[in-house]
Design a protein around this ligand. Structure first.
Ligand code: ADP
Ligand code: MG
Length: 462
């Protein structure tokens, strides 16, 4: 009995420290808006990179012709081709192929990685069928989605700032990734022009805008988290170039690196950060994204077993292994609706090696998942509210303008409690009137087609 009282105390403490009531979320949203201003004022002026993407026009729907896209940013890369038929024809035909990257290439040489990609792309181009048409005398054009931090220097060039997500390749940091890719395409005899270099948030924004002209921002909630939105170019003090014709500029916020004293951080978050590959960085991402939620839960459960023998007298050895409990596992346990929490029991057995667990212990596990997932979702909602505040769309306007946010990523797509909490929190924060004109839209894999559309929008034949 004492054991349960101690476990319940750990849970109560967790709940208190993870609390993100509306007042706190407003402080977070305000801090996001303030940091957005600071990041737009000067490079290095904020934890938010607020990177100028050089995308000054989003797809209009008039795009026409054959375009390719290449998406690199995780363990898989994807190639895609699309035949665009203009205003009437829209997407006439689309083909996509996903290829996994051999692990050894993620830590090999730049040359090898880009050779592998170019060779796969060359094969894909060779399979182009009758339904796709390239006008006589034209070069194929490609939109390149490269989801690592890049310092852009134009729509089609940018240097890698650092590798993340398990990639570590010598000699690429500081190099122009488009030039690297183009050289590899040449080596494979592929006559193709890299017309646009973007990341997944900007691809999602472009794909979202093509489907719905009221899309003004995109949020990624997957392995990591990030956001991009459309800013007025004259509201970007650090932009010294000519004002674009559209008056707009898409900003890649790199919001995963946001931090603020208002974020509800616990001892578990602090330890996770300290032991991570990038201590002190990506603090917001470490509270929200799919790479980390399961790991936070593991750390809480470990403390519960150490202090309250949650799973008996011995500490299950697997519970000490970092990242063994993934967010998809957590999500499956969290959504267990069986009366005896069968799935929770099975996961605890299969992943953590705990042979038998009481219903009481299983309930506690679900309660931990609930606290951690909802905190992340509520904080993500606060980030979106911050963007709406920056744009002045968080209060009732006179014109009843629609505001659409395109969201992509496995976390949002598959973790129902997370996505529902995010949406209900945003609704509550905005109030009935404003939230009736704010829409969150799942843009499933919009970034691939988005990159192709941006290649079309920035085609050299326009
Ligand atoms: P990436 O962000 O690497 O481009 P995805 O958008 O597909 O890729 O997101 C993958 C991430 O989504 C996984 O790392 C995982 O954290 C999360 N995820 C995938 N499936 C689920 C699920 N069923 N429940 C919760 N999270 C999931
Ligand atoms: Mg992705």
């Amino acid at each position: 009995a004492k054991r349960w009282a101690r476990a319940a105390a750990v849970l109560r403490d967790l709940e208190e420290r993870c609390a993100a009531p509306p007042a706190r979320l407003r402080q977070v949203a305000d801090a996001v808006a303030v940091e957005m201003h600071a990041g737009l004022a000067s490079d290095g002026g904020s934890k938010l990179g607020m990177i100028i993407s050089y995308v000054d026009s989003l797809p209009s729907g008039q795009e026409k012709g054959l375009f390719y896209a290449l998406d690199l940013g995780g363990t898989n890369f994807r190639v895609l081709r699309v035949q665009l038929g203009g205003k009437e024809g829209r997407v006439v035909k689309q083909e996509c192929q996903e290829i996994s990257i051999p692990t050894r290439l993620m830590t090999g040489s730049s040359h090898e990685l880009f050779d592998f990609i170019a060779s796969a792309l060359a094969k894909f181009v060779a399979s182009e069928g009758e339904d796709f048409h390239l006008p006589e005398g034209r070069q194929r054009e490609l939109g390149f989605t490269f989801s690592f931090p890049v310092k852009q220097s134009s729509i089609a060039s940018g240097t890698l700032i650092k590798w993340t997500k398990g990639f570590s390749i010598d000699g690429t940091v500081g190099e122009d990734v488009v030039a690297e890719l183009s050289r590899a395409l040449d080596r494979h005899g592929l006559d193709m022009n890299v017309t646009a270099l973007v990341n997944d948030t900007i691809g999602t924004l472009a794909g979202g805008r093509y489907d719905d002209k009221d899309v003004i921002a995109a949020v990624i909630l997957g392995t990591g988290t990030n956001a991009a939105y459309v800013e007025r170019a004259n509201a970007i003090p650090k932009w010294h170039g000519l004002l674009p014709k559209s008056g707009d500029m898409v900003i890649n916020m790199e919001w995963g690196n946001f931090r603020s004293s208002h974020l509800p951080l616990t001892e578990f978050d602090q330890a996770l950060d300290a032991e991570s590959l990038n201590p002190g960085e990506q603090i917001y991402e470490k509270l929200i994204s799919g790479m980390y939620l399961g790991e936070i839960v593991r750390r809480v459960l470990l403390k519960m077993t150490e202090e309250a023998s949650l799973f008996g007298d011995d500490i299950p050895p697997n519970l000490k292994i970092p990242f063994i409990l993934t967010t998809p596992h957590m999500s499956m346990m969290h959504h267990d609706r069986s009366p005896d929490l069968k799935t929770v029991g099975a996961k605890l057995r299969d992943i953590l090696g705990i042979q038998s667990t009481s219903l009481k212990a299983r309930r506690l596990v679900v309660a931990v998942c609930d606290i951690v997932a909802k905190r992340g979702a509520r904080l993500a909602a606060a980030g979106i509210l911050g963007i709406l505040k920056k744009l002045g769309r968080d209060t009732p306007g006179s014109d009843k303008q629609r505001t659409v946010i395109a969201v992509d990523g496995g976390l949002y797509e598959h973790y129902t409690v997370f996505s529902e909490t995010l949406e209900s929190t945003l609704r509550d924060m905005l109030g009935e009137e404003v939230s009736s004109s704010v829409v969150i839209k799942l843009a499933n894999d919009g970034s691939g087609i988005g990159a192709a559309l941006l290649a079309a929008a920035h085609s050299e034949y326009l």
